[in-house]
Design a protein around this ligand. Structure first.
Ligand code: HEC
Ligand code: HEC
Ligand code: HEC
Ligand code: HEC
Length: 188
């Protein structure tokens, strides 16, 4: 609308108005034309992602990095990667284990964090958002020698892990979305 701030002669205002109404008519007819032909989106476009195989265990972020190096490097820079390290020392030593449900991956899950033997699950790792990936790794490993994956191979690899876990995975930890405050803790 900056155009209209310039001093305009009567003629050009009229021309602008005429051009505008033409444009509106054109837009409206486009809208209606589209609407009469409107189709619901093809089922393929709205189809839910297939559920990955059940019974996967958590591998830890290092194993993911062997095939997803760029994703790993960009994740590494985030506070998700440091979510355990950033906690004050006494909580890292276990002063309040309730913290760990959000500052460690799969805490309390039988296939998840098990202490010192699973250091790659400290923090909010890949599998906190993508779900456990042991079978995904198995599926993808079978194609490891291929220079370029065939569409079928790529689909098999993609279908074996969540693109993002369903059910608004972020809000499992980012509880302020549920109008709750972060648990109180001692900052030293
Ligand atoms: C042996 C190699 C390999 C390993 C290990 C691996 N992936 Fe993958 N992953 C792939 C391939 C291949 C694809 C298919 C897409 C592509 O070519 O990048 C893929 C796809 C994905 C996708 C996309 C899923 C989709 O629905 O589009 C995600 C997310 C993913 N991997 C996460 C992970 C996570 C998390 C780990 C660790 C638990 C992991 N991957 C371990 C090879 C691997
Ligand atoms: C329900 C999940 C959840 C629990 C339980 C939890 N946290 Fe957090 N914590 C978060 C999230 C999410 C953030 C990031 C907050 C943000 O950036 O909005 C965070 C941020 C932090 C930070 C970064 C600095 C800050 O204060 O923002 C520290 C340190 C921290 N939490 C320590 C703890 C400690 C200690 C406990 C246990 C007493 C705990 N958290 C329990 C989810 C949780
Ligand atoms: C905080 C949650 C979170 C963490 C942690 C996380 N991701 Fe993701 N990741 C996502 C989201 C969200 C997307 C985007 C999905 C989309 O495009 O809809 C994504 C996308 C991806 C994709 C691309 C899928 C595609 O379209 O090809 C890969 C591969 C992937 N992540 C791997 C990883 C790996 C490996 C790690 C750990 C080093 C990791 N992610 C950590 C949430 C996360
Ligand atoms: C397992 C719990 C968990 C899940 C799931 C999770 N987060 Fe977080 N997120 C955290 C914690 C804990 C922190 C704070 C870490 C810290 O500051 O030490 C955080 C920090 C963040 C930050 C600040 C990052 C930075 O580098 O400062 C963003 C942005 C964020 N989360 C977005 C998301 C999104 C988007 C999703 C979902 C795709 C998600 N988170 C899923 C626990 C989680």
């Amino acid at each position: 609308m900056r155009m209209l701030r310039r001093p305009l002669g009567k003629g050009s205002v009229a021309m602008t108005a005429a051009a505008l109404s033409l444009a509106i008519v054109a837009l409206l007819s486009l809208f209606f034309a589209n609407n009469t032909q409107a189709q619901p989106p093809a089922p393929a476009q709205v189809a839910e992602e297939p559920a990955p195989p059940e019974g996967q265990t958590y591998t830890g972020s290092k194993r993911c990095s062997s095939c997803h190096f760029e994703a790993f490097m960009s994740w590494k820079k985030t506070n998700h990667a440091k979510a355990f390290d950033n906690m004050p020392a006494k909580y890292k030593k276990g002063a309040d284990t309730s913290c760990l449900t959000c500052h460690i991956t799969a805490y309390g899950h039988p296939a998840g964090y098990k202490g010192a033997s699973t250091p790659d699950l400290l923090g909010v790792t890949c599998e906190a958002c993508h779900g456990p990936g042991s079978k995904h790794e198995e599926v993808a490993k079978a194609f490891a020698d291929a220079k370029k994956l065939s569409p079928e191979q790529e689909k098999a690899a993609r279908d074996s892990i969540w693109k993002v876990m369903p059910g608004n995975v972020c809000s499992r930890c980012h509880i302020s979305q549920g109008h709750k405050a972060h648990p109180a803790y001692d900052k030293q």
